[in-house]
Design a protein around this ligand. Structure first.
Ligand code: ATP
Length: 248
């Protein structure tokens, strides 16, 4: 089966505050239906890359100053976040960002605000989200503020799913979670990928877990891709083992 390139990031430079060059020519491809991991340590530029794709840099006083970003061949650098949502691209931010005073279910429903296909269809997606995340169903009436870190991460992913995305940009899903919960979250990501054909570009410091669940990986260091390859090969690569597999 041939794969189509869904996202093509081509040689992008990103500058913050007009002076700080953070991405120094990053190129990566995300094939449709795959899970691609963007790996690297603190400050390597992972979040910046995701923000560049979903056009969230302006709020951080950042800008793409070179290169191009294409979604199915269409240039997307100038699209607004809501135009990206219309094209099926949703970002789940680092740190989860659930609305603390809303219940889990209310949080999930905020993810459906751009949909125009009616209440019944939204309810169907909600049922599907609860099917993937039984913990959220149990906690549906609880205020997000009183749920665990793992439940909030699940809620953030569930909320993205409420928009029926084609691609989810997932920033640091393992952050601050216990290993067992991290495993649970990644299992669900893989499930969504295989059963719902959702494509994922995920940024992770936890190389070990990311390479167990991803199809392909890119390693970012100081704003440059220093290595990329099939996840299985990266896992067995001596440099990756030495420098990255202990992280996370
Ligand atoms: P982390 O896992 O710590 O989030 P990261 O790989 O996601 O790391 P980025 O958050 O993309 O890295 O940051 C890359 C570099 O850009 C860092 O040196 C960071 O200090 C800098 N940076 C990030 N956001 C801004 C900003 N709004 N203004 C100026 N510099 C920024």
């Amino acid at each position: 089966m041939s794969t189509t390139t869904l996202l093509n990031v081509n040689g992008i430079e990103v500058i913050y505050n007009h002076v700080i060059l953070v991405l120094k020519g990053v190129s990566l491809q995300v094939p449709e239906g795959k899970v691609v991991a963007l790996l690297g340590g603190n400050g390597a530029g992972k979040t910046t890359t995701l923000r560049a794709v979903s056009n969230l840099l302006a709020g951080e006083r950042g800008a793409v100053t070179k290169g191009s970003i294409e979604l199915r061949g269409e240039r997307i650098e100038a699209l607004s976040t809501s135009e990206m949502v219309d094209r099926g691209v949703i970002q789940v931010m680092e740190g989860r960002h659930c609305f603390a005073h809303l219940t889990i279910e209310e949080n999930l429903l905020t993810g459906a605000y751009t949909r125009k296909d009616g209440k019944a269809a939204v309810q169907q997606t909600l049922d599907k989200v609860y099917n993937y995340f039984p913990r959220l169903k149990t906690r549906r009436g609880s205020q997000a503020a009183y749920t665990s870190g793992g439940e909030q991460q699940m809620c953030a992913i569930g909320r993205a799913l409420m928009a029926n995305p084609k691609m989810v940009l997932l920033d640091e899903p393992s952050m601050g979670l216990a290993p067992q919960i991290v495993e649970e979250v990644f299992e669900i990501v893989k499930d969504l990928n295989t059963k719902e054909r959702v494509t994922f570009l995920l940024a992770e410091q936890n190389t070990n877990i990311a390479l167990r669940y991803a199809d392909y990986g890119y390693i970012l260091e100081n704003g440059r891709i220093v290595m990329d390859g099939v996840a299985k090969d990266l896992r067995e690569n001596e440099d990756v083992k030495e420098f990255y597999l202990g992280m996370g």
